[in-house]
Design a protein around this ligand. Structure first.
Ligand code: PLP
Length: 379
């Protein structure tokens, strides 16, 4: 009999989720207001160390809303990582702004702050710092570039719930931050997102644009001064979110324990590089991403992934560089210059199962499968 497949990432829903959802349902508050919604917004923002949380329909809309609140629009340039998830690129494109890509660091997979300043022009308006796979960006040099050139900084913390930079939580390190609560994120509500900020004015702008630009104060006269969006979140989903938030410390600890488990058993395999944790960082290992140097291992990433799947271990390849994506190239053409790290990560990277609910026996099976897959040299 074949052992069951180990999924890359599944939500844990064993807390108060069922109770809170039923309570929300029975109360009749199924729409975009109610005690779970306000409780989740306030609770999650406070957890991040920020004053305001504005829940949204998903992480992509949270990014778009945050950029809109910052005033990013037509003719602006936004510095962002080349190695990241498409939602970041798309949010910039929705604003009519031009994404300007920055190559990655080889070990944290984050945007390399040393490459940032050379890309600043008169048109640059903002920087998006994505905390990739749970490892925080090195914020001090990023914020320094922003300060020197009068730029805004948006954190994309979709993958970094609970991660810390020099003892402070991601989500409270810059002007504004966006989170996702998609089913595979550390705090999951199915679909969902949140903008988090300490800035009263930005928070008010987010609430305004989230709700079709109805005035946030005073009477509704159905005169709309700006082009708004319906990016609202529901009380039912927030009920799940609040139950998840009660367990966030446990989930983060589980992720970190899984990473220690993998690190201990996979260290020293030739040609395999493991995720890092810089001295100033608390990595929450949303994904446990490894890179495979085919010259040293004798097999490439896709072959490796296939062999793991034969042994019941699911994996996912890393992102493809944003500068190669058609929606970007259709508007702005091909990007000049080299992005050697981003290209290498896209070729060599994959992530191993990392869900908070994984058991040691499953992690052990993954490690056994990794060793076996590397051992069988073909050709
Ligand atoms: C998941 C994710 C998003 C988008 O979130 P959705 O809720 O799926 O829209 C944005 N940025 C990053 C880095 C992500 O990992």
């Amino acid at each position: 009999m074949k052992a069951p497949r180990i999924p890359v990432c599944e939500p844990c829903l064993a807390g108060n989720e069922e109770r809170y959802v039923l309570d929300a349902l029975r109360s009749g508050w199924i729409g975009s207001s109610g005690k779970y919604l306000s409780g989740f917004e306030a609770g999650f923002a406070a957890y991040c160390g920020a004053g305001h949380g504005i829940a949204t329909s998903n992480g992509t809309t949270a990014l778009h809303l945050a950029l809109t609140a910052l005033g990013v629009g037509e003719g602006d340039e936004v510095l962002m990582p080349d190695f990241t998830m498409a939602a970041v690129l798309f949010a910039v494109l929705y604003c009519g702004a031009k994404p300007v890509f920055v190559d990655a660091e080889p070990d944290t997979y984050n945007l390399d702050p040393r490459l940032l300043e050379a890309k600043v022009t008169r048109r640059t308006k903002a920087i998006i710092a994505v905390h990739t796979y749970g490892h925080p960006c090195e914020m001090t040099p990023i914020l320094a570039v922003a300060r020197r050139h009068g730029l805004k900084v948006l954190e994309d913390a979709a993958e970094a719930h609970g991660a810390e930079y020099r003892g402070r939580k991601c989500g409270s390190l810059a002007d504004i931050a966006a989170f996702s609560f998609y089913s595979n994120k550390i705090v999951a509500t199915g679909e969902g997102g949140m903008v988090v900020t300490g800035d009263d004015r930005l928070a008010d702008r987010c609430r305004y644009f989230r709700n079709l630009c109805f005035p946030t104060k005073g009477p509704r006269d159905y005169r709309h001064k700006d082009l708004g969006f319906n990016y609202r979140f529901t009380n039912i989903q927030a009920a799940i979110g609040l139950a998840q938030l009660e367990k966030i410390e446990e989930y983060v600890e589980k992720r970190r324990a899984h990473a220690r488990f993998y690190n201990a058993r996979l260290a020293g395999l030739p040609g395999v590089s493991l995720p890092v944790e810089r001295p100033w960082a608390k990595n929450v290992y949303w994904m446990y991403g490894v890179c495979l140097d085919a010259r040293a291992t004798g097999i490439d990433r896709d072959e490796f992934a296939e062999r793991l799947l034969e042994r019941g271990v699911e994996t996912r390849p890393f992102f493809k560089p944003m500068r190669t994506q058609r929606p970007y190239q259709a508007r702005f053409g091909r990007v000049k210059g080299r992005f050697p790290v981003s290209d290498r990560l896209a070729r060599e990277g994959l992530y191993l199962p990392s869900g908070s609910g994984l058991k040691d026996a499953e992690l052990e099976r993954v490690c056994g499968a990794v060793r076996a897959a590397l051992h069988r040299h073909p050709r």
